[in-house]
Each structure stands twice: as C-alpha cells, then as structure tokens.
Design a protein around this ligand. Structure first.
Ligand code: G4P
Length: 529
C-alpha cells in the first residue's frame, strides 16, 4: 500500500467533554462497534471501565479520575481509527490542550440536561485556536433535558460556533422515542438497551402517514415542523465548512444505551478529515511526503506499574516510521534509534514495525524527550503549535530532605519535561516555582516525587495568578525591565523570561506602563489579547 493509501485510511481524533457528560461511555461504545472490546454495556464493570479509560496511574485509581491520556486504536469500515483519550478533570486541562495539538478532529460530548459547561467552553477555545473540525454529540436523551433548539442556541452562543443538526430527537426523557437522521431520512427508534447493539430503524419520508402510526400524531407533527425549521434555517450541510472549523454538525443520542452512536460513527467515518498538513518552524509539511516526521505531545512515566518506564507519545505527521531506523532528534541535534516502538490498545502495548501519518506510537524514553520535540530524517524543522499555556496556580517547592536534593532536582526536571506542570526559577536563591492549571497536580507531583524519586517536598502558596512570557524588540529594554522588576520576573526551563503578576489588573498596568515589552499567554508568544 502507498503512503497516500495508508493516510486515507486513518482518522485521529479526541473526545472532549465536561466531566460526567459521557465521554468514557461513548469511548467504550465506539470501541465496541470497532470490535476492540467485546462486552457491551458493562460500564459499571471495572474491567471495562479500566479498558476504556486507561486507568494506569496509582493516583488515578485512588482518586477515580482519569489522569492519564492514552490512545485507543480500532478498525471500522476499512478505516484505522485512533482515539486519543483526554482526562476530563479540569485540573488536567493542559494535558488535554496538548492532546488536541495531536488530533485532526474532535467529538465534543454535551449532557442534554446540563448543556454547555465551563470546561466545554475552555476546550472549544483551544479547538478554535487551531480551527479543529468539531462534531457535537448531545448525550443522555433518555433524561429530561433542555429543549433541543435551546441547546443548539446555547452551543452557538457560548461556544461561538455555528452548528448544523444532522439528527433530531423525537422527545426526550421518559417519552424519548428516537432520532431522525436528516441525512439518511431514517427514523431510529429508541429502546433502552445497555447490553446489546440492536437497531430498530425505519426509512421514511416524513410526510408518510406511517410516521403518525409509529410515533403518534402529536410527535409526528412536531418532528415535521422541527425538520422543516432546521432545513430552512441551516441550509444544506457543507462538509468543507466542517473541515475548516466553521460549522459543527450535531448528533443526538444516549451513549449508555448505545443509541445514536452508530450513526455518529458512520457520519464520522464519512466526513472527518484524514491526517492533515501541519505547520513547522520552516515550512508546512504534508502527510504524504516520503520522509518521516513527527512530534512528541505527551510524555508518560510509569505507564505500566510493573515496569518503571517512561514513554513519549509521538504523533506521526509525514512519511513512514520504521522500527530500528535512525531518526534525527532536532532539538538535541542527535540521531536516535528506537528498537521497541509500541502501539496502544487500552492497557496493552504491542511492538510495532512501522507507522503512518495519523498514528501515535510510544517511544521508550530515558529522559531525552520534552513535550514538543520533533523527529525527522535529518531535516532541521520543529513542529509548532504545541505551546505551554500560562499556568494559573503557583507554588514554591521546598525540599524537606536536604540529603535527597539531587533526587528532587531530577524528579522535578523530569516531571515538568513530561508536562505535568511548568517549572520556573526565581532569584535570589534559585527558588523553584511550579505552575499548574489545577490544584490536583501539586498532589500528583508530591506523590510522584516521593514514590518514584524518593524525595519529599512541601508547597508554599504564592500570590501570583498569572505568568506571561515577555519579549521586546530591543534586548536592552528587556534587560532593563527584568532588572527593574526584580523578583517579579523568573525564567522558564529554557531560560525565557517570565513576568509574574498577582492579578489581571497588575498585569494590565505593567502592560500599559511598558509599551516596549510584549506579554504572551503561551510560550509560543501569541500576543495577549
Ligand atoms: P465522563 O467520562 O465524561 O466523565 O462520563 P462517563 O462516561 O463516566 O459518564 C458519566 C455518567 O453518565 C455515568 O454514570 C454514565 O453511566 C452516565 N451516562 C453516560 N451516558 C448516558 C446516557 O446516555 N444516559 C444516561 N442516563 N446516563 C449516561 P455514573 O452513575 O457516574 O456511572 P455508572 O455507575 O453508570 O458507571
């Protein structure tokens, strides 16, 4: 098979949602359709839950929150589909943001009772930064949810996207009868069914009186009116608008009842993008280029508790990756060979011989990788768009055991390379400041420093609430600002200066008073809006 044929077969995406909207359940059902797992419906079974959520870390088991991000691959309709799982908990949002840099599209799950929630809004902002194509799945139709028109209005307003319903529900909650597919003109009848994949479907012209017999006169009339309104308001669905991130098609269903999931999957296979071209520091790289390139978007230690290994997750962007071949690590200017690259299927890993654009492979790592590192066949290019985001909570790290300072140093360096948190240094005294987007990461770091590196620490909360990378066209002006601001400026791991502000107000005041200094909220230096 040619590289182009391999690319055409691949779909790499993430499912995102506010916690509890049904991401895990939907993931499980998709794996079931793909034959990657055999038992349907046993969401409560720990085994399945574990298979579907990549529940690898001890800490995750303790807290019951999906900390890890992993990859699940399955086949469907001759396609190879890679789902990149994302932690739902908001404290791990940065992990999710980074995973979104490695996908070509996204399925967003919304709970029809709760509508758009805070976490959904943040995630969509990140999708919009990259114009990632989004499909919306409105879940839990077996519950009394909000009116579907109100829901899609809310999606448009809060998420700032245009939507296009492709299925439409007949009632909700106790009276939920099914969904009508506007594309296929088929009515799918709802049956609460947690254990089997069974379908009751009717191909029907909406004007056919059989509809009245099947769903009752009142619901038949309502469905006809709703569909007429949708077709009038939204016009024809244009795949190109979806691919460019302008329109998000919407599906309705109930993941836990296996309902609406197959239609979602079929539509996903039809419309979602194959691996797309990507931007680098020097040029755009197309996936069908013969030479291999890829980048690391996640590093995970201790993936398998039986072996203390660290794995770098590499997204292949172009060409063919081959096991045992030398590749160029651009940042280190070093050639490396990987004798045991692995593919993932929930909690099992298999050695792979090769990989193609869209695939995610795991590379065993002994500390040579950082998030964002690029591998090539020799070309000097770096993938861009994998920034660090400005953290929101800052704490100073205090070593509790001076005999273990080397272990602490190594641990904190490696954990921050993995992207668990960001590390800054403040003068005087080389103080270590850790910045995260959630409180939970401090517990994770403390736990992992102790269990993996044998080092004990405590945290001192800082008043800082914002950290912005700073640059200036005139290096002298930057130096002067750094000197003047003293301990309000620290340095990130790459020695880039970072300004620490106690409040947005203080940040704005410093911006106004220092027009020669640029303040950036991501490490890729997007100007602060
Ligand atoms: P998440 O990964 O987005 O956090 O959500 P998850 O799939 O774990 O689902 C959260 C809860 O919502 C689960 O209930 C799940 O069973 C339920 N759920 C998912 N889809 C549907 C649906 O279509 N209808 C209804 N009524 N519920 C749904 P739980 O009580 O937290 O867990 P469990 O005991 O059911 O496993």
């Amino acid at each position: 098979m040619t590289i182009s044929q391999e690319i055409a077969k691949r779909r790499t995406f993430a499912i995102i949602s506010h916690p509890d909207a049904g991401k895990t359940t939907l993931t499980e059902k998709l794996l079931l359709f793909g034959g990657a797992i055999q038992t349907a419906g046993a969401v409560k079974s720990n085994k399945i839950k574990k298979t579907a959520t990549s529940d690898f870390m001890e800490i995750e088991k303790q807290r019951g929150i999906s900390v890890a991000t992993s990859v699940m691959t399955f086949g469907y309709n001759d396609l190879i589909i890679n789902i990149l799982d994302t932690p739902g908990h908001k404290d791990f949002a940065e992990d999710t943001y980074r995973t979104l840099t490695a996908v070509d599209s996204v399925i967003l799950v919304i709970d029809c009772v709760k509508g758009v929630e805070a976490q959904t809004e943040r995630l969509m902002e990140v999708c919009r930064m990259r114009d990632t194509p989004v499909i919306v799945f409105i879940n839990k139709l077996d519950r009394e949810g909000q009116n579907p028109f109100d829901l899609i209005d809310e999606l448009e307003q809060k998420l700032n996207i245009n939507v296009r319903p492709l299925t439409w529900p007949v009632n909700m909650g106790a009276d939920f009868k099914g969904v009508y597919s506007l594309l296929e003109q088929k009515l799918y009848f709802f049956k609460a069914n947690k254990t089997k994949v069974e379908e009751d479907v009717l191909e029907i012209n909406l004007q056919d009186p059989v509809l009245d017999q099947k769903v009752g006169q009142r619901d038949a009339r309502q469905l006809r009116e709703d569909v007429e309104l949708i077709e009038g308001v939204y016009g024809d669905f244009d795949r190109q608008d979806y691919l460019s991130g302008k329109i998000a098609p919407v599906f309705f269903g109930s993941a836990s009842n296996n309902f609406g999931v197959r239609e979602l999957l079929e539509a996903f296979c039809d419309i979602s993008p194959e691996p797309i071209e990507r931007n680098t520091s020097v040029r755009i790289v197309r996936p069908e280029e013969p030479k291999f390139t890829g980048f690391v978007f996640k590093i995970h230690a201790n993936l398998d508790p039986r072996h203390r290994d660290r794995i770098a997750f590499l997204r292949i962007c172009s060409g063919k990756f081959e096991r045992g071949k030398f590749y160029h690590h651009v940042r280190l200017d070093k050639n490396l060979r990987f004798s045991n690259p692995v593919s993932f299927m929930a909690d099992s890993k298999n050695v792979v011989e090769d990989g193609f654009p869209g695939d995610v492979i795991g590379l065993y790592d002994t500390g040579t990788f950082k998030i964002g590192d690029t591998l090539t066949e020799g070309e000097d290019l770096q993938y861009v768009g994998i920034p660090s985001f400005s953290p929101e909570i800052f704490k100073e790290l205090i070593n509790l055991d001076p005999m273990k300072s080397k272990q602490l140093e190594k641990g904190v360096q490696q954990l921050t390379d993995e992207g668990v948190a960001q590390l800054f240094t403040l003068q005087p005294g080389n103080r270590k400041v850790v910045g995260t987007v959630g409180e939970l990461q401090f517990d994770v770091i403390q736990y992992r420093l102790e269990h993996e590196y044998g080092a004990k620490c405590r945290w001192v909360t800082m008043s800082t609430s914002r950290a912005c990378w700073i640059t200036a066209e005139d290096p002298k002006k930057l130096q002067e600002f750094i000197r003047l601001k003293g301990n309000q400026v620290g340095f990130d791991k790459d020695a880039n200066p970072v300004f620490f502000a106690d409040s947005d107000w203080m940040l704005r005041m410093n911006q106004t008073n220092n027009p020669d200094i640029q303040f950036h909220i991501t490490s890729e230096f997007k100007v602060l809006a």
